[in-house]
Design a protein around this ligand. Sequence first.
Ligand SMILES: Cc1cc2nc3c(=O)[nH]c(=O)nc-3n(C[C@H](O)[C@H](O)[C@H](O)COP(=O)(O)O)c2cc1C
Length: 345
Amino acid sequence: MAKKVLGVSFGRKMSNCDIMVKQALMECEKAGCETAFIRADDLEVENCTGCIACTIGTMTGRGRGYCIKHDDFDILDECVMQSDAVILACPTYETSVTGRFKTICDRIGPSHDITFRKAAYEEGRAAGKPESELPDARSFKKRTAVLISVGGAMTENWIALTLPMMFEFTFPLAIDVIDSVEYYGAMAHESVLGYPEMMERMSKVGQHIMESLNAETEEERVRWRGEEEGVCPLCHTRILQVSHDAKTVDCVVCGSHGDLSVEDGKIKVHFTEGELNRSRLRWGGKAEHSEEIKTRAQPSGTIKNLKALKAPYAAFDRPPFEVDRDSYGNCKERYGELDGKTGEQ
Ligand SMILES: Cc1cc2nc3c(=O)[nH]c(=O)nc-3n(C[C@H](O)[C@H](O)[C@H](O)COP(=O)(O)O)c2cc1C
């Protein structure tokens, strides 16, 4: 059966992200894959409300790890479940991912957290529950991903947070990222189609996906194919958080903890295997997190007089400052009406 590759663009219609994802998908089709393309802005996806019904459901065995909301997220979810690989491209908005990207990631995790789903699945099976009452078994399929961030600014640090944040899409389901591309300076070209080297890199993305899908060993399937190793040996990013005592660092993306040193004028981080196993990209780190939530999160009812304690805050209700709505908007008389279509290409 042909392998399935899903491409998701979070960019404007027929702009850089769309074209870059499609180029990589075309390469996968040439190699015999079935592909699907989703433009995230075509989906109506509501924000997570934080009700945590998804997590409570899997923790108690009463739910299958689904959100109580049913909107176009279900389309994306089903496409991910069917896929063997995903290619994601996200524009940089305000140095980070777009709002819709974040909305979709909040809807993916924790409801799709593989450790919660796996425990609920195994406990449910042991209890003789039918498959239809268990988390989707396709959640546990091994998948490959490539992440692509795009930024208009010419200075690389204006896109610094985008790629790291894109791991929020992949880590809950333990999707293995095998390549990434950070395309900054996009506004120096009218379209990425005027930048042949980047289009070639997108063909390479498609080829990397194919190599991973056709791999005969697990080592070869997950092999890192990015152009740079990065600092973190697991996620290959370069974004580190310095500890409070300024002696050690954590990888912001995957939580790997290491010791920092400077050797021959170069910053080096030493990560022990034990610490790498606590990364949220590995089973150990994922299990540690789900265990701490299961054992240390307090259920409701533990603070006996909570209602009374909350009362003054509930009573403290202030409206927004006064706003003159007529003073907002562009100056139509001087500049004409803007129709919001300037971004569509
Ligand atoms: C609200 C907004 C904020 C932006 N902020 C940044 C930014 O911080 N850094 C950057 O490099 N580009 C920024 N850009 C430019 C976009 O990243 C750029 O236009 C990109 O090409 C959009 O992707 P698309 O062409 O696939 O739609 C911003 C664009 C918008 C609309």
